[in-house]
Design a protein around this ligand. Sequence first.
Ligand code: OXD
Ligand code: MN
Length: 561
Amino acid sequence: MPNDTFCSWLSRTDPADVARVESKTVIATSNRNQTIPTPKAGAAGQLGYWMSNEELDAQLGKRFPGSMKGRTMYVIPFSMGPVGGPLSKIGVELTDSPYVVASMRIMTRIGNDVNATIGDSPDFVRCLHSVGQPLPMQKPPLHAWPCNPSQTLITHMPERNEIASYGSGYGGNSLLGKKCLALRLGSIIGQREGWLAEHMLIIGITAPNGVKKYIAAAFPSACGKTNLAMMRPSLPGYKVECIGDDIAWMRFDKEGRLRAINPEAGFFGVAPGTSRSTNPLAMDSIERDTIFTNVAETTDGGFYWEGLEKETPKDAQIIDWQGQQWTKGSGRPAAHPNSRFCTPAVNLECLDPAWNSSEGVPIDAILFGGRRPEGVPLVYEAFDWEHGVYFGASMRSEATAAAEHKGKVIMHDPFAMRPFFGYNFGHYLQHWLDMPAKNPNAKLPKIFQVNWFRKGADGSFLWPGYSDNSRVLDWILRRVNNEPNIADTTPIGHVPKKSAFRLDGLGNDVTDKWDELFDVPREFWNEETNLVTKYFEEQVGQDLPKEMWRQRDLLRERLNK
Ligand code: OXD
Ligand code: MN
């Protein structure tokens, strides 16, 4: 790639293997209701797919025997979290994909010290992966990317501490430490052991007075988590440092502080939209040691994707993600919308000094967010923990390219975990609700909802986002510090007082839009509440904790007072 000294790699995949495949991702247990809620009669369940252990054995038996024939099988011992740390977990992945080996080398801690930790203990997750194309193949694979999309199946077996994935080489389908272990199995282990495995970034924010606080934030896939995790604040004197951009494992310690680690060791970021203006620090870190997947390439060996137009010479020749000549205006994207960079955490200039700390960092605030073009204010704060859990449970967001969903429909994505719940979402909610009672000395983080994506009547974004999101973080930290007189109360939560919010340095084109940005339209919110009610009834039914109905009722009351 652009730098002669350091090496990077471009992989092109078979166009039929470009994203996570949620519809082929299952959890097998002996008890269906432990794994997924029972949807209302006639409704299709959206909160995970269950399989019986017997059916699973039959499906795996049809796929795995002989599946690696002629290929090299690699054995990868890996640690999620610092090796030997009290919050960390060990896995061993067998795979026939060198791409997976190289990517796991970046995304997890692998090697002999992990082996030493395993010792004679059977307490590790057994992970099996095959691209599902024994040799010889009848015809050579497209782009040297063997896969078997029609037979793809990604399976989790919590009762056996096992994961088996067949047919796909792509990201979350094949790097089994990530979504499979750290989120799906992780959430089950967390429920059992009393901690939380969440689809959240973790950042440290140092305010101009030198005081540092950590926050965790959940956003659905491809909603700007990596950009927030590596933000360069526009507010003078602020510093943001990154612990992780995708997954947080969190547990209350003896002193009642919620401690978080990032179980990963690299970033598997969505490439399109990443640029010197949106995420300069990511751009610096991907100059070397990086595996690119399905991005476009310039003929002089550089990378290219949508969003890099201004940073690429006008006369650059571009080869698209499928290896074809590409010209601007051709009507098709140069890079696949879910194309990725996979880069080691240690490349990142703003990596937090505590990123490798095995006991984790103390979390003072939890944010939930999504892409909401209408009705949802820039930021608002929950009245208490239970109300915050309702924020997470009722999250909705525009679909993105990270999985197989199409179009800009607004989807329910509770806790940004819909594709990643390892067990029944109703029980997951109960686990969150039980945290205060089970940790009586807990210093509960405050909970906030954020939305960088609200649009005005003319269809343009009301808020500049990116580095200016530091203004939102500033207000959040001041709320965490209990600064008086900086919030007003609305039916949906506390919002900033305009006079107390750092708008200095923003033009009138932004500040004049304050009322639109923070409007809480009653009609919209009543309808939103109805949609969430329908979702809870259809998808979660009897498994929904009564506290969620109570929060729904309180919200309706406040809206219609
Ligand atoms: C990811 C995802 O890759 O959420 O992080 O899809
Ligand atoms: Mn993710």
